[in-house]
Write a protein that binds this ligand. Structure first.
Ligand code: UDP
Length: 238
């Protein structure tokens, strides 16, 4: 596969065209941002970890019946993926109250939720990714009703699978963000990444945060936390 010109540079990844119009190469960076780009920094080695972790998790999900954009890992930081048009919704699943949910509803971070929840944000940096309900998303033609039904079904199934997998690694899956895309034939597939940048992962025993909140909240030990969860996952999957 031939890597061609850069199509796009995001906050954490660059995307390149290839000689196959249906395939793109993503290249994971160490750059980290938070609070809609207000906080900027770098997490050394993050790109390598996020690339590897996302690929391990997507390959596992694909094997267990969830269609994903993952095709093949090319190097430490580069992965071949299916070209998709991203559905402009951030899909957030929560098992335990944390972050914006805990703040919005005035519940203590760490409170277990009676049922897993789903919420959507409109992916729009200029607007600061506002919360959106499914009626508004359909009204604005961000997705069709059928696509949203598919996305919900996949998102909760992904939660069941990842919760079980992380539990076996001694890690509690608190919440996470997913993005979906549509391939050229309209198939909805899981896209973007699943990593400590996009999940809250807490040590099951100590409750220690092993994710991007260490960067967001200046807790220190950011690199070590990413390395620790990666080590546990690869040890488990080996
Ligand atoms: N998240 C993300 N990208 C975003 C917003 C949230 O990956 O732009 C993830 C975040 O890491 C967490 C989950 O989605 O695992 C829920 O985040 P929340 O809504 O609590 O927002 P935050 O408190 O991170 O601003």
């Amino acid at each position: 596969m031939e890597k061609k010109e850069q199509l796009y540079e995001g906050k954490a990844k660059k995307v390149y065209r290839t000689n196959d119009p249906e395939r793109l190469i993503v290249d994971y960076k160490d750059d980290a941002t938070a609070f809609n780009g207000l906080k900027k920094g770098s997490i050394s080695g993050k790109g390598v970890i996020n690339n590897k972790m996302s690929n391990l998790l997507m390959a596992k999900l694909e094997k267990d019946g969830i269609p994903t954009h993952f095709v093949e890992e090319l190097s430490d930081r580069e992965t071949l993926v299916k070209r998709v048009s991203i559905v402009p919704l951030e899909v957030i699943i929560r098992n335990i109250a944390a972050g914006s949910f805990a703040k919005r509803y005035g519940v203590e971070e760490g409170t277990p939720l009676e049922i897993p929840t789903i919420e959507f944000s409109y992916k729009n940096d200029a607007l600061g990714d506002p919360l959106i309900n499914t009626y508004h998303a359909i009204a604005l033609k961000l997705a069709t009703e059928a696509e949203i039904e598919t996305i919900k079904k996949y998102a909760f199934e992904i939660n069941r699978q990842l919760q079980a997998l992380w539990k076996e690694c001694g890690v509690t899956l608190v919440d996470f963000k997913l993005e979906f895309g549509k391939t050229s034939d309209g198939t909805v597939v899981l896209a973007d990444e699943i990593s400590p940048d996009t999940c809250r992962l807490w040590d099951s025993e100590t409750g220690e945060k092993l994710d991007k909140d260490r960067f967001r909240r200046d807790l220190g030990g950011v690199e070590a936390a990413y390395e620790e969860v990666m080590k546990r996952l690869s040890g488990h999957m080996a």
